[in-house]
Design a binder for this molecule. Structure first.
Ligand SMILES: *Cc1c(COP(=O)(O)O)cnc(C)c1O
Length: 392
């Protein structure tokens, strides 16, 4: 065993992948404030205000709104494990990696799954969900991903919500990459259960999972016939810690709580509309630049905050990403599953969504691709992006 270990001294990166996104100095400073006990009255006040700000970002009045311990996947599992009882029929739309993960989780929790699969990169046609519901009229829950991070596709939700409720089912939505970046309205769109994370649109470190449940979803959870198999994610226990009862369930990380709180405070200060507009505007500039270099988007319906493009013909995927990281400090995402080696995923989320980052990633890509002999028109990307920025 070594007897001396170096101090941790991480390089400051520019995080432009599918998450985590850049964490601002404000949020990092909040993270480093004194640790409080999970039942300290000062921390309980932070929790109450966190809930209130989560209700704002989720656009909901749902009482059952809180932050589960764990990352986005813990939020996914909390929703699935609490909502689904063994034997329940569940329809899940799968157009990428994360829809498939939701289906696998629901299966593990005993659901009978009816998958609605579409090719990666496409969005799900509501009519296909409608058909699945007609074929399986006992369906209790419909699950879809609003922002399919593996493909960059942006799934519209309102029509699927109408169909799910028309069939007497509840709607479960994955908003892990969408919350804080694109429009999401739990109450107006009648979304019954929704989960997200802290490290993408909210630009806090990973570790908590905001979740929210409508009164109808809460009713289904409270009237379960079977005990939920996960003790840690059991909302009947966790909610007693978040309610006025304040019953100990687990030792909540006050420091992660401060970081989420500060990230949410930044969303409230900016305002959701302005924040969505910022993501859209930077996306237009980034897209203009990428396309000016001849790079092509994968999905027809692209998210603004996660830009999935085909790896440039003639470029070495791994070398490009390694050089972006080592020479420019920029992290972008690789392709997952069938897109491995074939896709680049460029995130502009929360604190990462800046003019500096857009211009920097375009310039760095142009330089690296040029070195590799990929024919890219010199200066075209920055010129196209600058034109969008100048027009604002
Ligand atoms: C990132 C992501 C997840 C998983 O979140 P983790 O924080 O990595 O556990 C789930 N769904 C979607 C759409 C994601 O982008």
């Amino acid at each position: 065993m070594k007897t001396e270990y170096p101090e941790i001294n991480p390089t400051e990166r520019i995080l432009m992948g599918p998450g985590p996104s850049d964490v601002s100095a404000r949020v990092l400073a909040a993270l480093a404030k004194p640790t409080l006990g999970h039942l300290d009255p000062e921390y309980l006040a932070v929790m109450d205000d966190t809930r209130s700000m989560l209700q704002y970002v989720f656009r909901t009045t749902n009482e059952l709104t809180l932050a589960m311990p764990g990352t986005g996947s813990a939020g996914m599992e909390a929703c699935v494990a609490n909502l689904v009882e063994p034997g329940d029929e569940v329809v899940i739309g799968v157009c990428g990696y994360f829809g498939a993960r939701m289906a696998e989780m629901a299966e593990r929790h005993g659901a009978t799954i009816h998958r609605v699969d579409v090719p990666w990169g496409e969005i799900i046609d509501p009519a296909a969900i409608g058909k699945a519901l007609a074929d399986h009229p006992a369906t209790k829950v419909v699950g879809v991903v609003q922002a399919e991070t593996s493909t960059g596709a942006h799934q519209p939700l309102e029509e699927i919500s109408r169909l799910a409720h028309g069939a007497g089912a509840l709607l479960l939505v994955d908003a892990v990459t969408s919350l804080g970046c694109v429009e999401l309205r739990l109450d107006d769109w009648a979304i019954d259960a929704c989960y997200s994370c802290t490290q993408k649109g909210l630009s806090s470190p990973p570790g908590l999972a905001p979740v929210s449940f409508s009164p109808a979803a809460a009713e289904k959870i409270w009237s379960r016939k079977s005990v939920i198999r996960s003790w840690y994610l059991d909302l009947s226990l966790v909610s007693k810690y978040w309610s006025s009862e304040r019953v100990y369930h687990h030792t909540a990380s006050s420091n992660l709580g401060y970081a989420l709180y500060e990230g949410l405070r930044m969303v409230v200060e900016e305002g959701l509309e302005a924040r969505h507009a910022r993501h859209l505007y930077h996306h237009r500039a980034l897209r203009a630049g990428l396309e000016a270099m001849g790079l092509e988007y994968i999905p027809d319906h692209s998210l603004p905050n996660l830009n999935a493009i085909h790896v440039a013909a003639g470029a070495d995927d791994l070398v490009v990403r390694k050089r972006l990281l080592s020479e420019y400090g920029i992290e972008i995402g690789a392709g997952l599953g069938p897109f491995a080696g074939k896709a680049w995923r460029i995130g502009i989320m929360g604190s990462s969504c800046t003019q500096r980052n857009v211009i920097l990633v375009l310039g760095a890509l142009e330089s690296i691709l040029g070195d590799m002999g990929v024919p890219v028109p010199k200066g075209a990307a920055i010129a196209a992006a600058s034109e969008v920025f100048a027009s604002n």
